[in-house]
Design a protein around this ligand. Structure first.
Ligand SMILES: O=C(CO)COP(=O)(O)O
Length: 251
């Protein structure tokens, strides 16, 4: 079983000085930890990845992007190529976050192409999936996850280059989460879907839970079968909270 991955998605928050200070704080805590039970990743806004990556180099703290374009370069004003993120030292890229699917109309095929672009540059694609509240209420959450995995998983996905993040949209930033039993059920379903699409890799692909993860619920969520880590939004903006979430992993 791979080590758990605790990933922080800073979204559109923090300027250079405060972001660098937060990253340094986390890097210091990680550097002082003997044999950590987790991989720790932060995904700052693209504007401050460069100073942060330089500030934490060698500490073990991983740095990632929140999105990338699917093309290697070209006439795409305002976009960022996977190679540009890799060039700054990023090891991971979040793709297909529900906020990008909603705000920018990203569909599964685009997410798969972005994931493949990140992987082609040697980075790990964190592919986000998850149902809306209406879909959940209609009992369609499993079908939605199945469809998103089928459409968003690129060919050539492996345990090394792919992470799935299950983020029910209604749980993001709301303080609400599914019950432990519901999370366990959904993650088992996702594992089964991976076994259909990438049989040889399915067991090793990490499946993160995201949506209102905080220090008070992290221990329970991270102890569940098939929960291989967390994708944390709001609570990743405070070093104490983000660190407490990582510390909640049972040794
Ligand atoms: O969207 C998320 C992480 O990608 C979750 O955000 P919150 O942890 O703020 O609910």
């Amino acid at each position: 079983m791979a080590r758990k991955l605790i990933a922080g998605n800073w979204k559109m928050n923090l300027l250079r000085d405060e972001g660098t200070a937060l990253a340094r704080d986390l890097a210091l805590r990680l550097a002082r930890t003997v044999d950590p039970a987790f991989d720790l990743l932060i995904c700052p806004p693209a504007t401050i990845i460069a100073p942060i990556a330089a500030a934490v180099a060698g500490s073990g703290l991983l740095v990632g992007g929140q999105d990338c374009h699917s093309a290697p370069s070209g006439a795409h004003t305002g976009d960022i190529a996977a190679r540009m993120l890799a060039d700054l030292g990023c090891s991971h890229v979040i793709v297909g976050h529900s906020e990008r699917r909603q705000d920018h109309g990203e569909i599964d095929l685009m997410v798969a192409e972005k994931a493949r672009a990140a992987q082609a540059e040697g980075m790990v694609a964190i592919i986000c999936i998850g149902e809306t509240e209406a879909e959940r209420n209609a009992g369609r959450a499993p079908q939605i996850c199945s469809r998103q995995i089928a459409g968003s998983l690129p060919r050539g996905a492996t345990a090394e280059n792919t992470v799935i993040a299950y983020e029910p949209i209604w749980a993001i930033g709301t303080g609400r989460t599914p019950t432990a039993a519901e999370v366990a059920d959904t993650h088992a379903h996702i594992r089964a879907m991976l076994a259909v699409h990438v049989p040889a890799e399915a067991a090793g692909i990490r499946i993160l839970y995201g949506g209102s993860v905080k220090p008070s619920n992290a221990a329970e969520l991270l102890s569940l079968a098939n929960v291989d880590g967390a994708l944390v939004g709001g609570a990743s903006l405070k070093a104490d909270d983000f660190w407490a979430i990582a510390q909640a992993i049972a040794k």
